[in-house]
Design a protein around this ligand. Structure first.
Ligand code: 8X3
Length: 256
C-alpha cells in the first residue's frame, strides 16, 4: 500500500458528501488544494460536486461492510489518504422514547455509530502507515446534553462521541490525530427535513426566528482549519454553536 507519497498534498475521504456539512467540507478542502474522495450513497449528487470541485466521487453506504471494503480498495488504488472525515449520519424522528420507532433508531445507530466505526476500522491501517494520520468525527452537541424528543439521536451521538474518545487513546502511539467536531444548530437543506420525515414546515420551524444559525460552510471552514493545522496540534473537541444558542435549552428566537 502506498499512502499519499507527498506530504505537500493532503488527501481525505469525506463521507456524507452528498449534502450539508459533508458536501461543504469536500468543497472547502478541494478549494484548499486537497485531493478529496467524496463519499455518499447518492451518485447523482456526488457527480455534481465532483464536476464543481474536482473531488473524486465514490458511491458507498458506510454501514455496509462490502461497500466499505470496496471504498478502501478504490482509495488505496488511487494513492491513499492521510485524513478520514466521518460526516455521514443524521437524525430521524422527534418521538419521545415512549413512542420510539425501531426504524428511526436503527437508522441513527447504524449511520452515526456503525458507519463511523466501519469506515474508521477499514482505513486505520492506511492512516497508521502514513505516519501522520487524522480522523475527524462529526458528532453533535446532542451527544453532550439530551433533550425531549432527542433520545435516539442523543444516544447515537453520545455513542459516536464515546468511540471517538476511545479511538484517540488507542491510536495515540500510532501518531493518529483524532478530532471531534460537535456542532449545535446548523441550518442545512436536509438535516431537519430528514428528521421530520420530509415535513418542510416542521423542518423550517426548527430555525424559525433564529437570526443567524450556523451554516454548513461555517462548519466546513472549522473542519478545514482543524485538519490544516500542523499535525502535532490537535483541536481534540470543538464545540460550536450559533451565538443565539447559549446552551442546548436556550435558543433565542426573534419572532413568535
Ligand atoms: C444537531 C444539533 O441541536 O439538533 O446535531 O441536536 S441538534
Amino acid at each position: 500500500m502506498s499512502p499519499t507519497n507527498s506530504r505537500t498534498q493532503h488527501a481525505a475521504v469525506v463521507t456524507g458528501a452528498s449534502s450539508g456539512i459533508g458536501q461543504a467540507t469536500a468543497r472547502a478542502l478541494s478549494q484548499a488544494g486537497w485531493k478529496v474522495f467524496a463519499v455518499a450513497r447518492r451518485a447523482d449528487r456526488l457527480q455534481e460536486l465532483a464536476d464543481e470541485t474536482g473531488a473524486i466521487p465514490i458511491t458507498a453506504d458506510v454501514t455496509d461492510d462490502a461497500q466499505v471494503a470496496a471504498l478502501l480498495a478504490t482509495v488505496e488504488a488511487a494513492g491513499g489518504i492521510d485524513t478520514l472525515i466521518n460526516v455521514a449520519g443524521g437524525a430521524r424522528g422527534t418521538s419521545y422514547l415512549a413512542e420510539a420507532k425501531n426504524e428511526d433508531w436503527d437508522f441513527m445507530l447504524q449511520a452515526n455509530v456503525m458507519g463511523t466505526m466501519k469506515t474508521t476500522r477499514a482505513f486505520l491501517p492506511m492512516l497508521r502507515a502514513h505516519g501522520e494520520g487524522t480522523v475527524l468525527n462529526l458528532t453533535s452537541t446532542a451527544g453532550l446534553v439530551s433533550y425531549e424528543g432527542g433520545a435516539g439521536y442523543n444516544a447515537a451521538k453520545a455513542a459516536q462521541r464515546a468511540l471517538t474518545q476511545a479511538l484517540r487513546l488507542e491510536e495515540v502511539t500510532n501518531n493518529l490525530r483524532v478530532i471531534e467536531v460537535l456542532p449545535g444548530l446548523v441550518h442545512t437543506e436536509e438535516f431537519a427535513l430528514r428528521r421530520t420525515g420530509g415535513n418542510a414546515e416542521a423542518a423550517e420551524a426548527v430555525y424559525s426566528g433564529v437570526e443567524k444559525p450556523l451554516t454548513a460552510s461555517d462548519i466546513a471552514d472549522i473542519i478545514s482549519y482543524a485538519v490544516n493545522l500542523p499535525h502535532h496540534i490537535n483541536l481534540d473537541e470543538i464545540v460550536v454553536r450559533p451565538v443565539a444558542q447559549a446552551a442546548a435549552h436556550k435558543l433565542v428566537r426573534t419572532q413568535d
